[in-house]
Design a protein around this ligand. Structure first.
Ligand SMILES: C[S@@+](CC[C@H](N)C(=O)[O-])C[C@H]1O[C@@H](n2cnc3c(N)ncnc32)[C@H](O)[C@@H]1O
Length: 215
């Protein structure tokens, strides 16, 4: 996501540090979701939450679930954190960090569900390893899932979706609930839209979606 540098971005980021944990690349630290969110029925993670519409709405819908939303760009995560603060959500916290460091931030078997929503497609073949659905990333996410846990993946980008299907299989997941047009499918019920999803669907772009369950 390209974002113009916010004039007061640093001050807004500082003001949101009660709901954001910043992880520095050179000094990653392990986080304890129970300390962050208290005892919850389940813990879930969104990777690349952007401006936070999905995380905030999902946390509002399921108050007994603990949510962590991760985003690498400070000037983007401030929008998400400010939304969560305005809604006074006690079950949603943010981590400002690069997902490449994730195994140094959360211990194995922390989460029940991981959401990857509209990740950057990195269309050039030579950049395939940067995609969050590249198998090396998926293996890291898989280690963070509890037994029977799952990744829910949505994208407007059909080539990225076609690339991702075998990557999930190769990384030790069973893939199910595949649709190439989410909003016209049985899986539309209860679907929470992200900012990108709303934008693409308003332009008539079909949304691809799958569920990948840890084997
Ligand atoms: C295309 S946007 C989608 C945002 C949101 N999920 C949505 O659907 O509206 C992708 C987001 O993922 C973030 N992102 C990309 N790579 C990341 C990484 N390695 N770790 C954490 N966030 C990342 C970007 O900064 C951007 O905000």
């Amino acid at each position: 996501m390209r974002v113009r540098k916010k004039k007061n971005g640093a001050a807004r980021f500082e003001a949101a540090l009660d709901v954001i944990t910043e992880i520095k690349k050179d000094a990653p630290e392990m986080l304890d979701v129970k300390e962050m969110l208290g005892e919850r029925r389940e813990y879930r993670l969104e990777v690349g939450c952007g401006k936070g519409a999905f995380a905030v709405q999902t946390a509002q819908n399921e108050g007994d679930v603990g949510f962590v939303a991760m985003e690498v760009v400070k000037d983007v995560i401030i929008f998400a954190a400010e939304k969560a603060k305005a809604a006074a959500l006690s079950n949603l916290r943010f981590v400002c960090a690069d997902a490449a460091l994730i195994e140094n931030i959360f211990p194995p078997e922390t989460f029940d569900v991981i959401y990857i929503n509209f990740c950057d497609p990195w269309p050039k073949a030579r950049h395939a390893k940067r995609r969050l659905t590249y198998r090396a990333f998926l293996e890291k996410f898989r280690a963070l899932l509890r037994a029977g846990g799952r990744i829910e993946f949505k994208t407007d980008n059909r080539p990225l979706f076609d690339f991702s299907l075998p990557e999930f299989e190769a990384a030790g997941f069973d893939v199910s609930c595949v649709t190439f047009d989410l909003h016209k499918s049985v899986y539309a019920v209860g679907n929470v839209m992200t900012e990108y999803e709303k934008n693409f669907s308003e332009r008539g772009v079909p949304i691809n979606r799958l569920v990948a369950t840890k084997k």
